[in-house]
Design a protein around this ligand. Structure first.
Ligand code: MG
Length: 259
């Protein structure tokens, strides 16, 4: 009898839970239905029926946001390749390091993207100008945001850290000291072609260590050396490439979000 007394309320609780979960959740109304439409938009100002932005859990202290493609998490190079084979950079202490085995590029290809990466130039300063902590991030395998130890290191301006190499210096030099971790947050819009004709150039916004250094800057074309860049039509996506320029630059916490 006592068992029955316990079972009956339990069934009641389970029944009401099932009923609750099968009913669509009724959110209280928000917004307005009598406001004017936004220009060229199906939505009204403060439209309560406008879709909610998807929820993303932001990263913090070295972790990627929940909707990012993690390209390097400190453990392995499985998302990278070099030439036709696997990437062979050194992986140690949560970082990957340039080691003379050649540039590496992502297995996946990207068009418009947000890219976060952290890099560190060698703590030991051994050279000068372009020989100091040189690497680079090539968007679509073509458009380079320069990596260089530009901390008290004079070089040609369009080759300094965060320069669009051979095209535009960064607005300011936000470089940290050799050996210190630095961050790039890159927002890239791929160029668009109609057949052989350039319709819109590649555009990039670059934040170096939290400092805006390029805002919607247009690339003149694919990166060159000692020459003026020009556009040649290419596929709408391409890999992210990290340059082996012979200096043991380290990378960590690399992630991308398609836009
Ligand atoms: Mg470079």
């Amino acid at each position: 009898m006592r068992a029955l007394l316990l079972v009956i309320p339990a069934l009641f609780v389970v029944g009401s839970l099932l009923r609750l979960s099968s009913e669509p959740r009724q959110d209280p109304p928000v917004g307005y239905a009598d406001t004017p439409h936004l220009p060229g938009s199906p939505w009204r100002v403060h439209d309560g029926t406008r879709p909610q932005p998807p929820v993303v859990t932001p990263g913090s202290g070295g972790t990627a946001p929940s909707d990012a493609i993690v390209l390097f998490d400190g453990r392995d190079l499985s998302r990278w390749k070099s030439g036709d084979g696997p990437a062979r950079w050194k992986v140690a202490e949560g970082a990957m390091e340039v080691n003379g085995t050649g540039s590496i590029r992502t297995q996946q290809e990207f068009g418009d993207l947000q890219l976060h990466l952290e890099w560190a130039a060698p703590a030991q300063v051994e050279s000068s100008s372009q020989g100091r902590g040189n690497s680079g991030v090539f968007l679509m395998g073509r458009y380079e945001v320069q990596i260089l130890d530009s901390y008290e290191n004079r070089t040609y301006a369009d080759g300094s850290a965060a320069a669009l190499y051979a095209q535009y210096p960064p607005d300011v030099n936000a470089c940290r000291a050799p050996g210190e971790w630095q961050s790039y947050d890159i927002f890239f819009q791929a160029p668009k072609f109609d057949g052989d004709t350039l319709v819109s150039p590649a555009r990039v916004t670059v934040v170096h260590n939290g400092v805006l250094v390029h805002h919607a800057r247009e690339f003149l074309g694919a990166t060159t050396h000692r020459n003026v860049a020009a556009y040649a039509p290419h596929a709408p996506t391409g890999p992210i490439e990290l340059q082996d320029h012979g200096n043991p630059v380290r990378f960590r916490n690399v992630w991308a979000r398609r836009l």
